[in-house]
Design a protein around this ligand. Structure first.
Ligand code: SF4
Length: 378
């Protein structure tokens, strides 16, 4: 290994006695990283080296590719020495429960709740946005302002339009009814359609279509200030700011993901990466790769040898590549909340990559422009 491994970006695998993959890692300098494993004196390194019988590695053209490949291999092989970080735990979602009187619930796993048997409606998911400990409190705030319940899902609901002559008088299950912040669908305090109107208001806010909850708080704040109840006015102001932050976090993350739609070029044309000779698996030469990314999802990665900038690329080959790209784009994009775990985690990986490497966006081209250049052969 000392003799063979070289310092290029790549992904390495520690293999057990039956060739099973025990651990997958990546590095921009494979040789240095592998040697550091040999020198490692922590328990994990010692235990891994004790059971390892062989080490294999592949070079890739860039750190981004190494990151992507490592992630995909870990997802596929689930090596026992890799702690599978649930990277998307840093993102959260809001679930509108599929109950007769829906609630807003924070979740780290959209879809995990499901609509379930007997669900009255389809659940709705909003997000993602950076997870904060304050999220449940922010949601309780929104529920209070628009008038959605926040009690347990098991609380029986009885809408006013379900009451009959024989229904005994019902008492609300908590003090929110008395405080006026919940219309008490648990005690026939409102009709189903009146509750639905509140749901619509909350949804419009979460989708960034309405600022009504902020306007309600602003009116209350001004009224309190008008009565010279300045402490109460300050509390309304704080609540307003909290809700505005919640909405901004949601819209910001959504638009950041939307913006990640382009063709991204990685690697180097002249075989140099970080000042080193970057021999790919095929020997010295270009390590350039192009990645077709739509809404943060890598749809296609391809070798751009002979791309428009390269004179040897025939028009037939260009047309084939353009057709591949158009085919990949034709596949429908599922809403973010409906992506499976693997696709969602990869999306967050890509999102974090561009957030922590903002200069990489200078290596991107819009998809229409890329296709136009490809078809023009320029
Ligand atoms: S008043 Fe009834 S429906 Fe509203 S939060 Fe309390 S228990 Fe739930």
């Amino acid at each position: 290994m000392r003799a063979e491994a070289e310092n290029h970006p790549g992904v390495y695998r520690f293999l057990g006695p039956r060739g099973e993959v025990l651990y997958v890692g990546k590095s921009v300098q494979v040789r240095t990283r592998l040697l550091s494993w040999l020198r490692g004196d922590d328990r994990k390194s010692a235990e891994l080296l004790r059971v390892t019988r062989d080490v294999a590695w592949d070079y890739v053209g860039s750190e981004f590719e190494a990151l992507l490949r490592e992630f995909r291999l870990i997802r596929e092989l689930r090596p026992r020495f890799n702690v599978v970080h649930r990277r998307d735990r840093r993102f959260a979602w809001i679930r509108l429960t599929p109950e007769a009187a829906p609630r807003l619930v924070a979740t780290l796993r959209p879809g995990a709740g499901g609509s379930g048997r007997g669900a009255r409606r389809t659940e709705r998911i909003f997000g993602p946005f950076p997870a904060r400990r304050s999220l449940p409190r922010d949601l309780a705030e929104l529920a209070t302002v628009v008038g959605l319940r926040d009690c347990a899902g098991t609380t029986p609901m009885v809408f006013a339009d379900q009451m009959s002559f024989w229904t005994p008088e019902l008492a609300p299950g908590c003090a929110r009814a008395e405080l006026g912040s919940c219309p008490a669908p648990c005690a026939a305090g409102c009709s189903e359609s009146a509750y639905e109107e509140r749901v619509r208001e909350a949804v419009a806010f979460l989708e960034g279509r309405s600022d009504a909850p902020l306007a309600i708080l602003e009116i209350r704040m001004r009224e309190a200030a008008g009565r010279e109840a300045f402490e109460i006015a300050a509390r309304y102001r704080d609540r307003m700011e909290r809700l505005a932050r919640l909405r901004d976090r949601m819209t910001e993350t959504r638009s950041r993901i939307e913006r990640l739609t382009f063709v991204y070029e990685t690697g180097e044309e002249d075989g140099k990466e970080d000042g080193e000779a970057a021999d790919g698996p095929g020997g010295p030469g270009s390590t350039r790769r192009h990645h077709l990314i739509r809404r943060g999802q890598v749809l296609l990665s391809f070798d751009p040898a002979g791309e428009p900038a390269t004179s040897g690329f025939t028009s037939a080959a260009r047309a084939r590549l353009a057709a591949r790209i158009r085919d990949a784009l034709r596949a429908p994009t599922p809403p973010l909340a409906e992506l499976d775990d693997a696709a969602r985690e990869e999306l967050f990986l890509v999102t974090r990559w561009f957030r922590s490497h903002p200069l990489e966006e200078t290596r991107t081209t819009t998809i229409p422009r890329y296709l136009a250049a490809l078809e023009a052969g320029g």
